[in-house]
Design a protein around this ligand. Structure first.
Ligand code: ADP
Length: 726
């Protein structure tokens, strides 16, 4: 009778799977992809149960039911992949398909071999299926288990744990079924259905019960009751063991007394054990009244938002033990919301995030006025329409719960908290308490925001003032440059002119007396020549400088090596370098690709820079030119960076920009140009402005670095020149 009933279980199972199938199919589709694979799996389960019903155990190969179980495991693998990673993984289908084929082949192969029936009457074909099924199901289980271990957010981890448990039950049922033993088969069918039911539930509802907390509570409850009952049980045992010699009435009296005493003590003892157990498992209970009071005092004292963020996190961390926390400031603007993170603990992306006025994240927080879990955002179908950028940002800040702070129907801020250190989920009571605290925070937050805003304004004004001062200083210097210009220009022009005039006078005077030897004539002519050349150089430099101003310079770029440019630039300086014993070296210059530049102009620019290095470096110093290839900010186009570093007197940081201005030079304008390479030999203040003009015309950049000017310590200067290769 019983066996007859048992033989109908597959049919019952088929009906049960069909019911699940219909339930899933008629449910509004939220996770269409996931449902599709689940539906396939359920449909297969129906067919498999029917085939199991139609093929009584012990039938020889082909073992259709066994093979279908493998196909089922393949579909389950795919459903699992979609559940965990949210997209189907082809390799599951490949692995599963391979496993099914292997199972069938093994089944036939082993059946042909006609081996003696193995393992308690299991057919050889079944064994092949069993082995492959075991491999496949272990792989699926391990896949989920790994995801569970790697998930940091507790509710997310719980979802994986739930699925892993349901898988374990399903596979347990299948294992029982695969043994081919009738009574176990009955249990197996039931267990498998239970597992599949749980899987279906997990994939269609995001509200899954919290396995770990449930288990913890169960353990606590069991430990508590067993321990609390121990003294009473002991009392009963002692009462039964009282020696006969006491006499019956005394025996009874003592027994009653002992039992009564133990019963009296039961309640306080149980309370004591309860305290111990809960403290051990769930930590010390916190006095909420005290906490709320302390919290209010703390936030009332916090002046700026950063301080407020720290106070909020500090209290909540003490209460719940939280890994990360931040305050998100929400500002409603004309056509969006700005969410500005103020971190308290843990790393956060520092940028302000802008979200639309109808942002689901904001409206959900406002509407429910309750903490929102990241888990809901990820798995509640309502949040499926959340904008991709918002979702990405929320993942980036990596928090577990968002508690809204509202005032007058506006969202002022959000307390964002990471997972607890214990790895436990946030419980309902805790979320309520969090909201209670957040509700108290609104006024403090508004004040702190005002205060911070005021501070920021002040800082901005201070910065502006500093900027203004700097600009003023610069203007004053530029003004001086303008007056200096006249002095410099007249000096620059008058010095050689005076020389020419002087020599011309001498020439006239001596010539009148006819007393000039050819040797003397030659010498005087040489002086005049040098002076006119100097005049020419100054005027050429002035022309160049004005040309740079007017309409830029015309370039004729040709491919040249930097090495050649440098060689040509340093050529005229070689005698001075030798004479003043300055060591000139280059590094990395030879290994660079060619640059496309106007050769003459580039030589001029480098000659000016190197000339300055010679002029502002004392005898026995050194000048080093170093060149490297550097990618630009986007890491794309290559540049070369040339650094001209000297061991000279250095430049005051105040003048780092000004020295590139026309006619600007550090020091006394009365010093007239010597045009030479003498130490500190002044020039017309045009060299660097021309160099800058040339380099910028080539889309390059030039700047200087120097710790300061000091003729005693000689800190040196480094001129950096960035030139594009293309
Ligand atoms: P100048 O004709 O006076 O050399 P520049 O435009 O070439 O004019 O340079 C402007 C000023 O920059 C110089 O007067 C000098 O004070 C400063 N300067 C330029 N190069 C150096 C350097 N290598 N070391 C120290 N000071 C420098």
């Amino acid at each position: 009778m019983l066996t007859a009933w048992i033989s109908y279980t597959p049919l019952l199972a088929a009906a049960a799977y069909l019911t699940l199938l219909v339930a899933v199919a008629t449910r509004p589709r939220q996770h269409a992809l996931q449902s599709r694979w689940l539906l396939a799996y359920l449909a297969l389960s129906v067919v498999w149960a029917l085939i199991t019903f139609l093929t009584p155990p012990g039938r020889p190969a082909p073992d259709l039911a066994g093979a279908l179980l493998l196909v089922g495991a393949t579909l389950l693998g795919q459903t699992t992949a979609v559940f965990v990673t949210r997209h189907p993984e082809k390799q599951w289908l490949r692995v599963g398909g391979g496993a099914v084929l292997l199972g069938l082949a093994g089944q036939y192969g082993l059946a042909r071999l006609n081996l003696p029936p193995a393992l308690g009457g299991l057919g050889n074909g079944r064994i092949a299926i069993l082995v492959i099924w075991l491999a496949l199901s272990s792989a699926i289980f391990l896949f989920v288990w790994r995801s569970y271990r790697q998930t940091r957010l507790p509710w997310h981890a719980n979802r994986a744990l739930y699925w892993a448990t349901a898988l374990l039950v399903t596979f347990g049922g299948e294992a029982l079924l695969l043994t081919n033993l009738a009574p176990l088969g009955f249990v197996g069918q039931f267990v498998r259905f239970l597992g599949v039911y749980a899987l279906t539930h997990a994939s269609s509802s995001y509200r899954l019960f919290d396995i770990r907390t449930y288990l913890q509570r169960l353990i606590a409850f069991t430990v508590l009751n067993v321990t609390a009952a121990l003294p009473v049980m002991a009392a009963f045992l002692v009462a039964r063991q009282l020696p006969e010699s006491l006499g019956a009435s005394l025996q009874i009296l003592l027994a009653v007394l002992i039992i009564a005493a133990s019963l009296l003590l039961y309640s306080p003892f149980r309370r004591f054990v309860a305290r111990l157990t809960y403290r051990y498992l769930f930590g010390e209970r916190i006095n909420t009244n005290q906490l709320v009071r302390r919290y209010s005092q703390g936030i009332a004292r916090a002046l700026a938002v950063q301080e407020l963020s720290l106070v909020i996190y500090g209290t909540l961390n003490e209460l719940l033990g939280i890994r990360r926390g931040a305050l998100l400031l929400v500002t409603r603007r004309e056509d969006d919301f700005a969410i500005e993170p103020v971190p308290a603990q843990g790393h956060l992306p520092p940028q302000t995030q802008y979200v639309a006025l109808n942002s689901l994240f904001i409206t959900a927080l406002l509407r429910q006025g309750q903490p929102l879990l990241q888990y809901e955002i990820d798995f509640n179908p309502e949040f499926q329409v959340l904008v991709v950028e918002e979702r990405k940002w929320l993942h980036e800040i990596n928090m577990e719960v968002y508690v809204p702070i509202t005032a007058g129907g506006n969202l002022e801020g959000v307390i964002a908290l990471g997972p607890k250190r214990s790895g436990a989920t946030y419980q309902k009571g805790e979320l309520d308490l969090l909201q209670l605290l957040a509700d108290q925070t609104a006024v403090a937050l508004q004040n702190a925001r005002l205060y911070s805003e005021l501070n920021a304004q002040n800082a901005r004004i201070r910065d502006l003032n500093v900027d203004l001062l700097r600009q003023n200083e610069r203007l004053a210097i530029m003004d001086k440059v303008k007056t200096d210009f006249i002095t410099i220009a007249s000096h620059e022009l008058r010095t050689p002119l005076t020389q020419v005039k002087g020599y011309a006078d001498i020439l006239t005077a001596i010539n009148a007396e006819d007393g000039l030897t050819p040797m003397q004539t030659k010498e005087i002519m040489a002086h005049i020549n040098r002076a006119t050349s100097q005049l020419e150089r100054v005027i050429a430099a002035m022309l160049d400088a004005s040309q740079l101003d007017a309409d830029g310079i015309e370039l004729m770029p040709v491919p040249v090596s930097l090495e050649m440019v440098l060689r040509m630039a340093v050529e005229p300086l070689l005698p001075a370098l030798r004479e003043r014993q300055i060591r000139y070296t280059t590094l990395g210059v030879a290994d660079l690709p060619r640059i496309h530049v106007d050769l003459q102009r580039m030589v001029q620019a480098f000659a000016n820079i190197l000339g300055n290095a010679v002029k502002y470096t004392p005898d026995h110093g050194r000048i080093q030119v170093h060149a490297v290839r550097v990618p630009d900010i986007n890491g794309r186009i290559d540049h070369i960076e040339v650094t001209v570093n000297d061991s000279g007197i250095g430049i005051d940081p105040r003048f780092h920009e000004l020295i590139f201005e026309k006619f600007f030079r550090v020091g006394d304008p009365q010093l007239h140009s010597t045009g030479s390479t003498r130490f500190k030999g002044a020039g017309p203040g045009l060299g660097l402005s021309i160099a800058k003009g040339v380099i910028e015309a080539h889309n390059g950049r030039i700047w200087v670095e120097s710790p300061g000017a000091d003729e005693a310590r000689l800190p040196g200067s480094s001129f950096h020149i960035l030139l594009p290769l293309a």
